[in-house]
Ligand binder design. Sequence first.
Ligand code: DCP
Ligand code: MG
Length: 439
Amino acid sequence: MLPHYTVYLFQYHLQKTKAIVTPLWLQDSVKFGRPLPCSSYVAIHDLEDETLQNCDTVQDTSSGSSFHFPSGAEKESSRQTEPDELIDATEVESLSYNAKYSCLRPSPLVCPNQSLVKEIDVIRRGRNVEGEERSMLSYSRAISVIKAYPHVITEHNIQDLHALPFLGEKILSMIEEFLRTGRITEAQKMLADLRFQSLSAFITIHGIGPHTARRLYDLGLRTLEELERYYEVKPGVTDEETMSLLDAEASANTEAAVEQSIKIGLALRHDLSQTIPREEVEEINRTIMRELGHVQKGCKSVIAGGYRRGKPQSNDVDIVITHTDWNLGSQKVKGLCRKLVQRLHEQGFVTHVMHLSGFHEHNVLRTHHWDSLEKALTVFVWRHNSSRRTVYRRVDLIFAAPEVFWTAVVGWTGSTMFERDLRLWAKQQKGMKFDSSGM
Ligand code: DCP
Ligand code: MG
């Protein structure tokens, strides 16, 4: 321990050389895109003179700081970004495309080798529908590494790939074939395979995973129209009373509930298979937050999932919600999921709840990672501004106490490989356990 007088000298030095301001200074400075004058933010009244004197120093040196104040234009382009989310440039620099963990690799939305990635992804999807999980994981890892590689792969630099993690001989020879012919034979065979086509179509239905898809195939079913007849579903018509899930949370994971979920997914498949543009995702979030305001004031949300990763189109909307009151927020979000879904149903926005969960339930559907957060996987319906038609959208609502809000946001942002490696990295390198519901 430092001797007492050393600590005192250190504090004295700090007081005389730094401006000591409240955290609000930081928040507001970020909002305005520049370090603000300190006069309204003096933290210690006795040190007001020193703080005001030293405030100039803050303004002079901030440009060299690693902290990034967004410009006006940047702020405009990222209206969903909050101060808490600002990226530390030194952390970005520490990312590297040949890192072992995908959460330490920069990963662009569209990479320089996108057509190669698409071809390998066919094989990955083939392993997925057949339940060959280890092999699927190998292809997922390989794809993730290639996505992060910053150069177009050619015969001149293919040797460099040997130094990258998770690219074994088999994948490397597939890449060579792709460079020579523009195709990978195994992927082309897969695409032409009727079983692959049926299973791939089946798993697009919410509630049908690879296992169920294979079971349905074994019953002789081949097309989605045949599934409709098997489940006695008419397109666009859903008689299923799934809102009763609100009263019977415990039954949410029974076989009957899973079957209901499949029926809804099938009946609404024409809408639910449409992707959702970013503007509509934002509009849905605003609508839901407006309704939430009637149930509980002071909540805030972040749109996670593919939207937060910058995808121009999403398959569903993932909204993570918390309360802004740091001290009482945890109590205020408790039970809120059910209340909000009830309200949305009454207002005609939610027609079905595929899944509603509280704490530590077993995830039979395995549609989402296992965390202890309150969540509802819903079917949202509305007539949005641009199309004059009523459309059904899948919307996931996730509730988190303030202290685990950011782990929830990170855990629900994805990608799946990022999440997997984040958990692995936390465990192997940091001795921590990461989960959407906390660290
Ligand atoms: N997630 C996960 N593990 C899973 C499923 C999901 O870690 N088995 C996390 C990462 C996902 C996020 O939750 O990115 C949201 O899941 P989605 O299924 O909604 O996937 P995305 O939002 O990434 O893509 P999209 O909705 O456009 O298909
Ligand atoms: Mg999503």
